[in-house]
Design a protein. Structure first.
Length: 466
C-alpha cells in the first residue's frame, strides 16, 4: 500500500513539472522595463517578423499598397534622447541586413523608431525598395543619397520632414508621393534622373531652392494649392517637362525657376508662356497681346524690346514684375486693367509713353515703376492708391496735370521731379492734404504752385534740390 502511494506521488510530481514547462513558453517580444538607452551608435535587436502598417506608395498613388512584408532584421540603430525625457531610436545604417526590400520597424525593444539618420544608406547599391512607418518623423540629410538601386519608396502618413538630398541621385527612382504630413518640400530629389512623377498634397506650403533640379525625366508634377512661391532652380534642367499647372496661390516665381525647361515654354504670337505666366518674348516683337487667363508678367519679360509698340493687358492680370517692360521706348500707351494689384519697381522705366491708365486695384506704386515717362502730360492716380514710392514718375518733363486721390497717405522723394507742374488736383480736404507724408523733394521745381482740394486751395513751393 505504501509503495503504491509513493509511486502515485512521483507520477503527480512528473505531471506538475511537465505542466510548468508548458506554461513557461518564452514570449516572442516584450517591452523592456529597464531604463531606456542613452544616445549611442550600438546595434539594437530587431523584433521578430511582424506586418508593417499601411503606407502611401511613393510611386503611383493609384496602385495598391505594397505587399505586406516582414520587418527587416540586422539593421543598425542608435538611441536618441528626447526633450520629454523619453527615449527613441534612429536607423543608422544597413548593419548586417541583407534585404533588398527594406522594411523599417515601428519600434525596437519597445522604443519607437523616429528617424532615418543622415547618410544611413548613402551609396547603397543593393536596396531595391524601402517601406518607412508612421513612427518615423524625419528622414535626415542624404539618408538614401546615391542609392542607385532604389526603385520604390513607400512613405507613411506621419513623416513630417524629408531633409536636404535625402533621396538625391537615386537614379532608378521613378515616382515619389509626399505624405500629407509633409508641409515643406526640400531639395530631397535632386538628380533623380529616372523620376517621372512627383505628387504633393495640398498641405505643402513651401518648396526649396533646386527642389527637383536635374530630374531630367520628370513629366508630371502635381503642386500644392497652398504654395505661394516657386524658388530659383526649383525645376532646373527638367528637360522632359512639357506642362505644369501653377496653382492660383502662387504669387511669385523666380526668373530662374524653370531654367532649361525649354519644352515647357509655349510661344504664342511672340510671347512666351509657362501655364498662366508670361516668362519672356521674342527679341523683335512689335505687338504683345497678352492672352486671357494670364496672371503675371514676369521679371524682364519684355525688357529692351526696342521694336515693341503696342501692348494689350487682359482683365484678370494680377502682377507686373520688375523690369517687365523696361526700356520699351516705342510704347506710346498703356492701360493697366483694374485687376492688377501689384506693379513692381522699374516695371515700365524708360518707356516713353504718352498715355497711362493705372489700375484701381493698386495700393502702392513702387519706386521707379514708371521712371522717366518724358512725354506724359496728364496723370490720374486712381482712388485706392495709398503710397507712391521714390522716383516713381521722376523725369516726367512734360507733365502738366496731376490728379491725386483722397486715399493717398505718402509720396516719396523725387516722385514728380523735372515736371512742369504748377497745379495739382486733390480729391480730399485741405486738412487731409496736410496730413499726407510728403518727402522734402517730392517735386523738384523752381516755381510755386497750388493744390486744389475739395474745400480750398493750398499754396506749395516746388523747391529744387541743393
Amino acid at each position: 500500500m505504501k509503495k503504491t502511494l509513493k509511486m502515485t506521488k512521483v507520477f503527480c510530481l512528473l505531471i506538475a513539472v511537465a505542466l510548468l514547462f508548458i506554461s513557461c513558453d518564452k514570449p516572442r517580444y516584450k517591452t523592456p522595463t529597464q531604463t531606456p538607452p542613452a544616445k549611442t551608435t550600438s546595434k539594437v535587436t530587431t523584433p521578430e517578423a511582424t506586418t508593417p502598417e499601411a503606407t502611401t506608395s511613393a510611386h503611383d498613388p493609384n496602385l495598391q499598397d505594397p505587399p505586406k512584408k516582414k520587418y527587416s532584421k540586422g539593421l543598425s540603430y542608435g538611441g536618441i534622447g528626447l526633450p520629454s525625457g523619453e527615449s527613441a531610436v534612429s536607423v543608422l545604417g544597413i548593419g548586417s541586413c541583407t534585404d533588398v526590400d527594406l522594411v523599417i520597424p515601428e519600434e525596437v525593444d519597445g522604443w519607437p523608431v523616429i528617424a532615418i539618420s543622415d547618410q544611413a544608406f548613402r551609396n547603397n547599391n543593393t536596396i531595391r525598395s524601402v517601406t518607412i512607418p508612421s513612427s518615423v518623423k524625419t528622414i535626415e540629410e542624404k539618408a538614401f543619397y546615391n542609392a542607385r538601386a532604389l526603385e520604390e519608396v513607400y512613405l507613411s502618413e506621419g513623416i513630417t520632414e524629408i531633409c536636404h538630398n535625402a533621396f538625391s541621385y537615386c537614379t532608378k527612382l521613378k515616382e515619389f508621393v509626399f505624405p500629407g504630413t509633409v508641409t515643406s518640400v526640400s531639395d530631397a530629389l535632386v538628380g533623380c534622373t529616372s523620376l517621372t512623377t512627383v505628387m504633393m498634397t495640398n498641405n505643402v506650403e513651401s518648396m526649396s531652392t533646386n527642389a527637383f533640379s536635374g530630374c531630367t525625366s520628370l513629366t508630371t508634377v502635381v503642386l500644392s494649392n497652398k504654395l505661394t512661391t516657386s524658388p530659383s532652380g526649383a525645376f532646373d534642367d527638367c528637360i522632359s517637362l512639357t506642362s505644369i499647372d501653377i496653382p492660383a496661390s502662387v504669387t511669385k516665381i523666380s526668373e530662374i525657376a524653370f531654367v532649361g525647361c525649354d519644352n515647357l515654354v509655349e510661344v504664342v504670337d511672340g510671347v512666351h508662356y509657362i501655364d498662366s505666366w508670361v516668362v519672356g518674348s521674342e527679341r523683335d516683337i512689335e505687338k504683345a497681346n497678352i492672352r486671357q487667363g494670364t496672371v503675371c508678367i514676369m521679371n524682364s519679360s519684355f525688357n529692351n524690346r526696342y521694336h515693341l509698340k503696342e501692348v494689350t493687358l487682359p482683365q484678370g492680370l494680377l502682377y507686373i514684375e520688375r523690369y517687365a517692360f523696361s526700356r520699351c521706348e516705342k510704347i506710346e500707351s498703356i492701360v493697366i486693367p483694374n485687376s492688377v494689384i501689384k506693379v513692381e519697381d522699374s516695371a515700365f522705366e524708360y518707356s516713353d509713353m504718352k498715355s497711362l491708365t493705372l489700375s484701381s486695384g493698386l495700393k502702392t506704386i513702387e519706386q521707379n515703376a514708371f521712371y522717366s515717362p518724358e512725354f506724359l502730360e496728364t496723370l490720374v492716380i486712381p482712388e485706392g492708391v495709398e503710397v507712391i514710392g521714390d522716383y516713381a514718375f521722376s523725369g516726367c518733363r512734360a507733365l502738366k496735370e496731376l490728379y491725386l486721390p483722397k486715399s493717398i497717405t505718402k509720396i516719396g522723394d523725387d516722385v514728380f521731379s523735372l515736371s512742369k507742374l504748377d497745379r495739382i488736383v486733390y480729391a480730399g480736404t485741405v486738412e487731409e492734404w496736410n496730413s499726407i507724408e510728403l518727402a522734402e523733394h517730392w517735386v523738384s521745381h523752381h516755381n510755386t504752385g497750388e493744390v486744389v482740394c475739395s474745400n480750398g486751395t493750398v499754396t506749395i513751393e516746388f523747391r529744387p534740390k541743393r
